[in-house]
Design a protein around this ligand. Structure first.
Ligand code: PAF
Length: 277
């Protein structure tokens, strides 16, 4: 596996590749969810590029940019094992050199849910992903369903800005007790870790209600709220039943695909999860 850290070398190496390229963008501290993206990219493309970049522009001033866990040696071993050919690990200055002033703003789908709680987050995500697309020119780019709104933002950006690539959405990878894999799970104490599967339990209860014919979004949110209320360590930020395409919160009886999503604080760790109905 080749490691590249400058944009000039990334451009040069990309120019030398012919055939299909799969891209798995990450912020490192990899887990089985990331490995699944790389494994799928390996199966579907001639070349596989992964990126590791803890993107400062998608963190708010009071978020965990400096604390974000990092472990390059372990990440490289996991990537190589999953069949990655090239890992791009730029420095913040390589991505945002002095004088940088161009950002990508996606409008409606970036506004509710995470967008409302994390101002500027999706502007940072869309900007860095657009840059990574330009640097690696992938045939297919792989993202996890765990970050459902991020997926919608990137799909919208790719369509609106005419990126000539396919966005491949991979299923959320879960621990045996249902907790969605996330690099931030590393922050949880053992007691908090035991409380964390409440998110998936709540989503599952919402899904079961839906499967039994419940179509009232208020009642779907209510069922999920009951489950979370029973977990004393869970502090709810939002519980949503939204249109899965527009992400607009539903108030009338739901008909098309519905995105059930949650953001919950457990101690100082903010966890998100979702299911599509
Ligand atoms: O999902 C992530 O890890 C990040 O938001 C991404 C897509 C790599 C952009 O920094």
């Amino acid at each position: 596996m080749k490691q590249i850290s400058t944009t000039a070398e990334m451009h040069a190496v990309r120019r030398s590749l012919s055939g299909t390229v799969g891209l798995a963008p990450t912020m490192g501290y990899l887990h089985a969810g990331h490995v699944a993206l790389v494994t799928r990219a390996r199966a579907e493309n001639e070349h596989v590029i992964a990126t590791i970049f803890v993107n400062p522009t998608q963190f708010g001033p009071n978020e965990d940019l400096t604390a974000y866990p990092r472990d390059f040696p372990r990440d490289f071993a996991l990537l190589a094992e999953a069949g990655c050919d090239i890992v791009f690990t730029p420095s913040p200055d390589a991505i945002y050199p002095p004088g940088f002033q161009t950002y990508v703003t996606v409008e409606e789908v970036a506004q509710p849910l995470e967008g409302a709680r994390r101002p500027g987050h999706f502007r940072g995500v869309a900007t860095v992903v657009a840059k990574l697309f330009n640097l690696t020119r992938p045939t297919r780019a792989y993202f996890g369903q765990k970050d459902a709104q991020q997926v919608r933002v990137i799909q919208t950006m790719a369509l609106d800005l005419n990126f000539d690539l396919e966005i491949v959405v991979c299923p959320t990878v879960r621990e045996p007790d249902g907790l969605a894999m996330s690099s931030r799970n590393a922050y949880l104490t053992p007691e908090q870790r035991r409380a964390a599967p409440a998110l998936y339990r709540a989503l599952t209860v919402g899904q079961e209600a839906w499967n039994h014919g419940e179509r009232d979004p208020e009642r779907l949110r209510g069922r999920m709220a009951e489950v979370l209320a029973a977990e004393p360590l869970a502090l709810v930020e939002y519980i949503s039943a939204a249109d899965a395409r527009t992400l607009a919160e539903l108030h009338e009886s739901a008909s098309g695909n519905v995105l059930l999503s949650l953001a919950v604080r457990i101690g100082r760790t903010r966890l998100i999860d979702n299911l599509v109905l």
